[in-house]
Write a protein that binds this ligand. Structure first.
Ligand SMILES: Cc1ncc(COP(=O)(O)O)c(C=O)c1O
Length: 328
């Protein structure tokens, strides 16, 4: 029996599992299914809300009234915190890394719309994030508030539960669809989704590989990040799990020019899926991972697989911010 911590009900779940039959026929590969975690909400679309259900529940239970979090200019996580903070009546302060020219579009537009306080930092200043968190926390404590810092991507011990519970949802999806997929594929950035999926696979004894496609950082970085996050999670919640049994499988071949930088191939993949299936990916996460998966299918990696599942982790507002990259 898996003992979950308390959570708030913030995500629209279960999200649909859909078969991409036209795309599967088009590429002549295995049958590709898509778990529509881009449909966890409208303004809170994506994977972050699953983590935040647990994170925010704990913060509110501890009397927190102010959320401080951080990410890139177009961070989906920060936007989700801004929207959910407004929904729950909590103050939100976003510390954003200045990634190029700052324009109030896409996620940043929504951050402003929800009334979040926003500070932009140069990449050099942003490297001192722990100090920034401490400085702002002290500032709010002096004002008599109860601030809580949420790490980048919401990847902490509470956040891990989000994708453990998604595994139990997927098990039901597979049974309803009458399939037993051989691989679950997704984009990994801060490693929290990956950690949850890997732990969930182990806890629920799901016989299905987890293939994580990196959008930044090397496979060895994710090996140690996921393991250290799961060590903390195991200790914090006294979970009986053998972490030596975990299989962490990260593909870092499709990062391209770097985090947030998408090539023409990524935008072509986004156009292909939108036109064949009406499913919209984003250039920073889901589009990159989906492109990587299609390339690996072409290279024969999934040739003995009959069904594989891609988790669509959201990000549409990031695509809208980059709309001029696609010329019609
Ligand atoms: C749309 C989207 N997909 C995937 C990810 C990666 O998730 P994680 O940070 O849990 O690795 C993110 C994280 O920011 C995201 O915004």
């Amino acid at each position: 029996m898996i003992k979950y911590p308390q959570k708030l009900s913030l995500a629209i779940t279960p999200t649909p599992l859909q078969c991409l039959s036209r795309l599967s026929a088009h590429i002549g590969g295995p049958k590709i299914w898509i778990k529509r975690d881009d449909l966890t909400g409208c303004a809170v679309t994506g994977n972050k809300v699953r983590k935040l259900e647990f994170i925010l529940s704990n913060i509110i239970a501890n009397g927190g009234d102010t959320l401080i979090t951080a990410g890139g200019t177009q961070s989906n996580h920060c936007r989700a915190v801004a929207v959910l903070g407004a929904h729950l009546g909590l103050k939100v302060h976003l510390l954003l890394r200045r990634d190029g020219i700052v324009r109030p579009v896409g996620n940043l537009f929504l951050d402003h719309l929800t009334g979040a306080e926003i500070d932009h930092y140069s990449p050099a200043a942003f490297k001192q994030l722990d100090t920034l968190f401490d400085t702002w926390s002290s500032h709010y404590i002096e004002q008599g508030r109860k601030p809580h810092a949420i790490p980048i991507g919401g990847s902490n011990s509470f956040g891990v539960w989000g994708y453990i519970s998604a595994i139990s949802e997927l098990i039901k999806d597979f049974s309803d669809a009458g399939i037993m997929p051989s691989a679950i594929i997704h984009a990994t950035g801060s490693g929290g989704t990956q950690a949850g999926l890997i732990a969930g696979k182990q806890l629920y004894e799901l016989d299905c590989a987890i293939h994580s496609y990196a959008v930044c950082d090397s496979a060895s970085y994710f090996d140690s990040k996921v393991l250290s996050d799961l060590h903390n999670w195991k200790k914090d919640f006294q979970v009986s799990i053998d972490l030596n049994q975990l299989i962490i499988s990260t593909n870092d071949n499709y990062i391209g020019a770097g985090y947030g930088k998408a090539s023409k191939e990524i935008y072509d993949t986004i156009k292909l899926l939108a036109s064949l299936e009406g499913v919209v990916l984003d250039p920073v996460y889901s589009g990159k991972a989906f492109y990587g998966m299609l390339e690996e299918i072409k290279a024969g990696r999934y040739k003995n697989h009959s069904d594989i599942v891609f988790i669509h982790t959201g990000g549409i507002f990031g695509l809208l911010a980059e709309h001029n990259q696609i010329i019609f």
